[in-house]
Write a protein that binds this ligand. Structure first.
Ligand code: PGA
Length: 251
């Protein structure tokens, strides 16, 4: 059966020293709870190796927030999937709406990134989600379906099974405006149906689909109680160990 996952997305926050301290705090807090989900922190590239050195990989997974769409070479400033993997990280967020919006990432580049992540044994946490206008004009289901089809449907069933998906309505990210648990459930069930149509029910049932967008301790329980919501991708609330743990323990 699919796993429940709570993953932090630190974005461009914390210095190296602050990040190592936050990772230590989360790692410490996890010793005292019987987490009913996999717990992951996705941190800036500069922090990966140092954070990896202070966490217990049996309790806390580590991921990057992006990787390049090329394996190596003359791409100044880029960080490749093999580089990420060489730090000890085993996850990578791909296709976050901020990458799509501010850095022009398209389904074509994301396809390459997913392939390279998988080839380097990184588990992609692949983000999809509509903007407010698409929510309001009723096209949101089709938009998300296209994002999945365009970037992921050339994968074999075996490779697709290695992914984690994260539904993040763009209008809910960092805005304090959360999708209601019913809105999340509607989309998650729809996504599972899209996967089932392509790869069959078993693959769909085994795919973890996380919700992201202003998820916090106060709303996590209701969201995670929905049958197709398998956890969360957490931005702002992942920047303090206490609020992050409040979401981890919502399962
Ligand atoms: P947020 O961010 O929890 O701050 O809304 C979520 C995300 O963008 O992954």
């Amino acid at each position: 059966m699919r796993k429940n996952v709570v993953a932090g997305n630190w974005k461009m926050n914390t210095t190296l020293q602050e990040g190592v301290k936050l990772a230590e705090d989360v790692n410490e807090a996890l010793k005292n709870v019987d987490a009913k989900c996999d717990v992951v922190i996705c941190v800036p590239f500069t922090h990966l190796a140092s954070v990896n050195a202070v966490i217990d990989p049996a309790k806390l997974g580590l991921g990057a927030e992006n990787c390049a769409d090329h394996v190596k070479g003359a791409y100044t400033g880029e960080i490749s999937a093999p580089m990420v993997a060489s730090t000890g990280a085993t996850y990578v967020i791909l296709g976050h709406s901020e990458r799509r919006q501010y850095y022009g990432e398209t389904s074509e580049t994301l396809k390459e990134k997913v392939n390279l992540a998988l080839a380097n044994n990184l588990t992609p946490i692949f983000c999809i989600g509509e903007v407010l206008e698409q929510r309001e004009n009723g096209s949101y289901l089709e938009v998300v379906k296209s994002q999945i089809e365009e970037a992921l449907f050339e994968l074999s069933a075996e490779d697709f099974s290695k992914l984690i998906l994260a539904y993040e309505p763009v209008w809910a990210i960092g805005t304090g405006k959360t999708a209601t648990d019913d809105q999340a459930q509607e989309m998650h069930a729809f996504i599972r149906g899209v996967i089932a149509d392509k790869y069959g029910k078993e693959v769909a049932d085994n795919t973890s689909i996380l919700y992201g967008g202003s998820c916090k301790p106060s709303n996590a329980k209701a969201l995670f109680a929905k049958p197709d919501v398998d956890g969360g991708l957490i931005g702002g609330a992942a920047l303090e160990a206490e609020s992050f743990m409040g979401i981890v323990t919502a399962f």
